[in-house]
Design a protein around this ligand. Structure first.
Ligand SMILES: [Fe+2]
Ligand SMILES: [Fe+2]
Length: 171
C-alpha cells in the first residue's frame, strides 16, 4: 500500500516536468548572471547587483527542486543549459529578455500545478505553489524596473538616480 501511494506520487510525466523545471531554473539563473555581468560592464552597478541577487534566487530554486526530487527517490535527468540570447549590450533589451523568460517560466510552473492537481498529486502541487508566488514577484520586479527606466525624463540623470537606488537596495 505504502509503495502504491509512493508510486502514484512518482508519476512519470510529472517527473519529466520536474526535470525540465530544474533545467529551466538553471537557465534562468545563468541568464540573470549573464545580464548582470553585461550591465555591470556598462557601469550600472546597482542594477547589476539586483540581477546578481536574482541569479542566486534562481539557483536556490533549482536546489530546492532537486531536494524535492530526492525526497521522491527520483534520479534527476540533467540537461544542457541553453542560455537565452543575451548578447546585445543594451540594458532595456536585456531586462526585456529576462521578463520574457520569466513569463515562459510562469507558464511552466502553472502547467505543473494544473497537472498535479488534476491527478490529485498534492505533494507535488503543494511544493510548487510557492514557486507560482515567486514567479509573480520576479515578473513584478522586472516590469517595475523596466517601467522606471522608460520614464520620459533626462535619461542620464534618471538612470543615475535609479541605479543609485538599486545600489542601496541590493547590498
Ligand atoms: Fe525560479
Ligand atoms: Fe524567476
Amino acid at each position: 500500500m505504502a509503495k502504491k501511494v509512493f508510486n502514484d506520487i512518482k508519476n512519470k510525466s510529472l517527473l519529466n516536468l520536474i526535470d525540465e523545471q530544474i533545467n529551466a531554473e538553471f537557465v534562468a539563473s545563468y541568464s540573470y548572471l549573464s545580464a548582470s555581468c553585461q550591465i555591470s560592464s556598462l557601469g550600472w552597478n546597482g542594477i547589476a547587483k539586483f540581477l546578481h541577487q536574482q541569479y542566486n534566487e534562481e539557483k536556490k530554486h533549482a536546489d530546492e527542486i532537486i531536494s524535492f526530487a530526492q525526497l521522491l527517490s527520483h534520479n534527476v535527468l540533467f540537461k544542457n543549459i541553453s542560455v537565452i540570447e543575451m548578447t546585445k549590450k543594451n540594458v532595456l533589451y536585456l531586462l526585456n529578455q529576462l521578463l520574457k523568460m520569466e513569463i515562459e517560466n510562469t507558464k511552466k510552473i502553472n502547467n505543473i500545478l494544473t497537472i498535479s492537481l488534476n491527478e490529485n498529486n498534492f505533494a507535488v502541487f503543494n511544493f510548487f505553489q510557492s514557486f507560482a508566488n515567486d514567479q509573480l514577484l520576479d515578473i513584478n520586479k522586472l516590469s517595475t524596473l523596466i517601467q522606471k527606466l522608460s520614464l520620459d525624463k533626462n535619461e542620464a540623470e534618471l538612470w543615475y538616480v535609479i541605479d543609485q537606488e538599486y545600489d542601496k537596495m541590493y547590498n
